[in-house]
Design a protein around this ligand. Structure first.
Ligand code: NAD
Ligand code: IPM
Ligand code: MN
Length: 360
């Protein structure tokens, strides 16, 4: 019997709805016990304590084996009282040094017909994005005029994209090692035809390739890669890229899996600690309606079991239960097309039902 400590940060918008679903699924995993500690984060954190990443939340995470997070943020671009909830998410990631963000993209057979890409292009698609998460343009020097200032023609702002060799090599190592356990193909995505930081990225990956002669490395420019992700999705195995490119490309790739609501993620540091969250945001347009797709969060919980707790069998069972639920025909609105729609709760109940069948 394993008792693991899991910090829950439901956050904003649909965050509490999808975290509630994932907790229900975890509670059905036989042979293990979880000790959950819930803590405020994002706008929820501002309302509770005045901070987007409150000290009590940091301590709850430090005390846990892993963090399961919903989402933060209000309607895109909004700020709550001048504070940006997204800054809390970046601070959380930086605090724990979770530099390797794994975003697997798997195509589910029952959703093939539904995806906007032709089914024959999608069969067998299985991509693992390894996104650098605590560096690059998200964390470089920036400057902007204060919010309170009226903008005139002299106003300007800048962000800086910087990468060092150690920052690139530690995330590339995760990608090379992952490729070794998969199909031995690695695409490194950059903008080396324009950006100095991308040229350093490319040279670092090339230097490391000598240590992985069994892995075939291909460099791709981000603009044409964005296109080829849709035209040739079966061509990709592991994809390693910087923070911002990985953010954008993974949302694009979610379309291959049927919906943004389907994709999970694991953000890992050098040890076993990880932050697990769906790749989507707080979805303000559907928040509170009970219709969000909880799959990305439920699969994130499975990744938590796999990477932070070493419970491969339990992780695999959750993934199988999701597949069985999809096979049963149950659908949240985002993956229903013109067919019948169920609520987040009914969808979760079906996954729990399938899990109980599997673990009998
Ligand atoms: P979003 O990911 O919240 O939503 C984009 C679209 O996808 C919306 O139409 C939404 O309804 C839909 N969608 C997202 N998740 C879904 C789900 N589980 N089931 C069904 N449909 C789903 O992106 P946005 O609207 O651009 O951003 C809203 C807020 O979320 C912003 O404040 C943004 O900064 C924040 N955000 C947070 C995270 C995070 O916490 N990790 C990630 C992305 C965006
Ligand atoms: C994500 C989100 C975040 C990111 C935002 C909310 C800071 O879009 O996790 O993909 O850009 O990393
Ligand atoms: Mn994103």
């Amino acid at each position: 019997m394993t008792t693991a400590k899991i910090a829950l940060l439901p956050g904003d918008g649909v965050g509490p709805e999808v975290i509630g679903a994932a907790v229900q699924v975890l509670e059905q995993v036989k042979g293990h016990e979880w000790s959950f500690t819930e803590a405020p984060f994002g706008i929820q954190g501002i309302n509770a304590t005045g901070s987007v990443f409150p000290d009590e939340t940091r301590r709850a995470c430090e005390d846990a084996d892993a963090v399961l997070l919903g989402a933060v943020g209000g309607p895109a671009g909004s700020a709550a009282g001048g504070l940006r909830p997204e800054a809390g998410l970046l601070a959380l990631r930086k605090h724990f040094g979770v530099f390797a963000n794994l975003r697997p993209v798997k195509v589910w057979a029952p959703l093939l017909e539904f995806a906007p890409v032709k089914p024959e292009l999608l069969t067998g698609v299985d991509i693992l994005f390894v996104r650098e998460l605590v560096g690059g343009i998200y964390f470089g020097t920036r400057e902007e005029p204060p919010n309170t200032l009226m903008l005139d023609s002299t106003a300007g702002a800048y962000d800086t994209m910087a990468y060092s060799v150690p920052e690139v090599s530690r995330v590339a190592k995760v990608a090379f090692e992952a490729a070794r356990l998969r199909d031995h193909r690695l695409a490194s995505v950059d903008k080396a035809n324009v950006l100095a930081s991308s040229r350093l990225w490319r040279r670092t990956v090339d230097l490391m390739a000598a240590d992985y002669p069994d892995v075939q490395v291909l460099h791709q420019l981000v603009d044409s890669f964005a296109m080829q992700l849709i035209t040739r999705p079966q061509a990709w195995d592991v994809v390693v890229t910087g923070n911002m490119f990985g953010d954008i490309l993974s949302d694009e790739a979610s379309i291959l899996a049927g919906s943004l609501g389907m994709l999970p993620s694991a953000s890992l540091n050098e040890g076993k600690f990880g932050i697990y969250e769906p790749i989507h945001g707080s979805a303000p347009d559907i928040a509170g309606k009970g219709i969000a797709n909880p799959t990305g969060t439920i699969l994130s919980a499975a990744m938590l079991l796999r990477y932070s707790l070493g419970l491969e069998d339990a992780a695999h069972q959750i993934e199988q239960a999701v597949e069985q639920a999809l096979l049963s025909g149950i659908r949240t609105a985002d993956i229903a097309g013109t067919g019948p729609v169920t609520s987040t709760t009914e969808f979760t109940q079906e996954i729990i039902h399938q899990l109980s069948q599997l673990s009998q």
